[in-house]
Design a protein around this ligand. Structure first.
Ligand SMILES: COc1ccc2nc(C(=O)O)sc2c1
Length: 237
């Protein structure tokens, strides 16, 4: 997968050289390049923003540098983290992980001139996404989160791909509690079923725990969880 990130703060992306993402880059599974938007400015002050038409607080990112930057690195699928974007989900991460070329545009200030998005949409798929109902300083942190969600889904990145099938949101439920040694810790014991060796019982216990957790913490996910799959899964275990 090829990924281009365009930002006025390239140093924000140091974390993408660490851990499993760093390894994915080193092994060639992920070809990631971070670009400084100011590369595509032409004035001595390398200006990327200006006052908003219609008045109002703050500054808006100018269209010219963005247009030239996207011409240079595109076409691909353009992802623009934004407070007005669609909520980013695990399903989005799974869909994006199957694509060949992603381009991330990191907004700052009050945002990017809308014509940049409209012009890009005439030449490539554009997704405006938000991480949640809160506002960050800019898109950079959102890109790091999205990149982590996508990269871990790339074949060969996670040592044990089985982790992907049981984890929260993968199957539409929150995952069950996890335990490791010691069997007793500060007078708290690991549930006996997990030490029983009875894989059928263990699978049923984990599923029940997932359903209880999801119902308690994420009723929205439960509402979206098709009853048919509840029956199917119960038949399986
Ligand atoms: C100006 O660019 C921004 C500003 C805030 C912001 N907040 C996001 C979020 O996902 O919460 S993405 C994003 C982009």
């Amino acid at each position: 997968m090829r990924v281009d990130v365009i930002t006025i703060f390239p140093d924000y992306f140091g974390p993408l050289s660490l851990s499993l993402i760093g390894k994915a880059r080193g092994s060639g599974l992920l070809d990631l390049e971070v670009h400084d938007l100011r590369t595509w400015t032409s004035d001595v002050h390398r200006t990327v923003d200006d006052t908003p038409y219609g008045g109002g607080p703050g500054m808006v990112m100018r269209p010219e540098p963005w247009g030239q930057a996207l011409d240079a690195v595109g076409p691909g699928t353009l992802i623009v983290p934004s407070p007005v974007g669609k909520p980013f989900t695990q399903a989005d991460a799974q869909a994006l992980a199957s694509l060949d070329h992603l381009i991330f545009a990191c907004g700052r200030y009050e945002g990017i001139d809308q014509r940049v998005i409209d012009d890009a949409a005439a030449r490539m798929p554009v997704l405006e996404v938000s991480l949640g109902d809160y506002v960050l300083f800019g898109g950079e942190v959102a890109v790091i989160v999205i990149m982590e969600a996508i990269t871990r889904l790339l074949p060969g990145v996670l040592g044990n791909a089985d982790s992907l099938t049981e984890e929260s949101h993968a199957a539409g439920l929150l995952e069950a509690p996890v335990y490791t040694k010691p069997a007793s810790w500060r007078d708290r014991d690991v549930p006996d079923v997990l030490r029983s060796g009875d894989h059928g019982r263990i699978a049923r216990w984990r599923r029940d725990q997932s359903l209880l957790r999801t119902a308690a913490r994420r009723p929205d996910m439960m509402a979206a969880y098709p009853p048919s799959s509840l029956d199917k899964a119960d038949r399986k275990t």
